[in-house]
Design a protein around this ligand. Sequence first.
Ligand code: C2O
Ligand code: CU
Length: 634
Amino acid sequence: MSTAPLIALDQILFVLVAGLWGAAGGFALAAARQPGDAGTARRTSLAAAALCAAAIVMTGLRVLVTILLAQVGWWFVAEKVTLALPLVVLPGLATGVVSLPRLLRGAPSALAAFPPLVAAYGAVAGIACGVIVSYPVTVSDAVAVLTLFTGASAITWRILWRGRAVNRWQVAGVTVLLVAFVWAVTAGWSGGHLHDGHGTSAAGTPVDRLIGPRAEDARRFTLTAKAATVRLPSGQSLDAWSFNGQVPGPVLRVRQGDLVEVTLRNELADQGVTIHWHGYDVPSGEDGVPGVTQDAVRPGGSHTYRFRADDAGTYWYHSHQNSSVAVARGLFGLLVVDSAGASATPPAGDHTVALHTFGGRVTTSLDGAAPTDLLATSSHRPGTPVRLRVVNTDTLPRTVGLAGVPFTVAAVDGGDVPGATELTGRRIRLAAGGRYDLAFTMPDGPVLLSADGRPGLLVDSGGAPATAQPPPASGPLLDITTYGSPAPVPGRADRRITWVLDRTLAMVDGVPKLGYTVNGKAWPHIPTPVVREGETIRITVVNRSGDTHPMHPHGHHVQVLSRNGVPANGLRMDTFDVEPGEVWEVVLVADNPGLWMSHCHDLAHAVQGMEFHLAYENITTPFDVGGPAENHPA
Ligand code: C2O
Ligand code: CU
């Protein structure tokens, strides 16, 4: 069984185990109070025995599932082995030894009722564990869970042996105190605020000095953020935010080696804007993250970005202020860097395809044209080389398919794939924020690009009326991490970092809630790894949650070393989809000093906590989250 179903099974067992122990404890208690006549008493006692036995078996099953999960990795079971399981297994054993024989003999007592009741509290504490504890387990987590458990057990002990009627007010009072205590401990989880590089007083190089060169002969663009309306061909009309009145914004197309200078102006009524160059490893001061590399550009303001286009490939840009809202509403566009060796004008078959959801429908924008929720079309003579630069600007992964022609995945996240082999009818999962360049030679018949099985773009050979459109590709999914030929990867690791992704109770915007966490904490309380220039960093990414997390470190690409223990091809990626239960090992070379945001590119997750920094030693920032500029990167 793979990991995700095991995690789901474990969660079902959690609840079953708690329910069974609750019932077992309840019946054992009722039996101890000797209800009615001898027959009823005996029946109650036997029912309690049966429930105890069932609870013991189910607890055993939980132990088994935990053992299976432990084979995948300690990250998946640490809190179960150290906290959740002992709290139910130990009283469960006591039930087997002390309570079961007594209940079976029809001799119930307070002594027989106590162990299953305690097991029930342990099982409930186990559920609490699942909600509040992630990896790594901290002392405060343990204290919170143990407090709830011992508190409930102590009260039960008192009631059973003192034989006292329960004073509801006392119980209510103790409960409130316990909850307050747990709350206090929970608040303690929040930890520090970002890292010490923030604030003007910190010593070091300020990030806003790490900027691109000025040059007379720069390629200049102006992007003006303003309100616009998106009209979908199917009839919907949506209020959007645009660059230059276009949604998506203009395709910025430059040549490798060009100096790029983009002036951002903000003409939105009430919304700050920045531009982040997604996947482009620009100098840190040009990275466009409000509160980290700049202040958000307020309405009426402007900001100029400069960088040298050293890497060819397909990239995109988007606002990073309130990005979860801004990108969805249209503040994004594509960036294509043609390789220095390529012809001055891009070949006719070279297209950009942005996939974005507007009004609940996945749309296609071909070469920066207005998005369509119907079929986009393009025509090329048979024999023409075609390259579709597919960009997923949504928050969810898309399964991309190409039917009607053998094709290669020529590039991933901007970088060429070495040894890309021909594929037929295959589908590939494209992470939110990721890019695939699909290349083929135009055949005689039509070619269909689909997203999640829905036709998106039809490429035909023009002239004659389009021949029958092929059905969307439905072949097996390609594992991109084993595609092509293996690329060399750095052998050593100077530093190891683990990101355990989870969904647990955490401080999100000052309120404890179910957030998306990294190592048990939510932004801005996730500890910042501080690295040194030149280091090779091995990152293990573990997804304990039930959601997919497209992880995106800024300013760097990673190379994939392995996925779920299977050696990978060393593919260069800047946005990689870590599915539920998955474990990825990637390597990042620290060659771009700065302060770098890293986050889940399901921006709805980022805004609920799943974002943090990667910092270089001695780099500081005068900017901070919040403040007068209302910097809000997610
Ligand atoms: Cu497209 Cu911080 O990301
Ligand atoms: Cu996520």
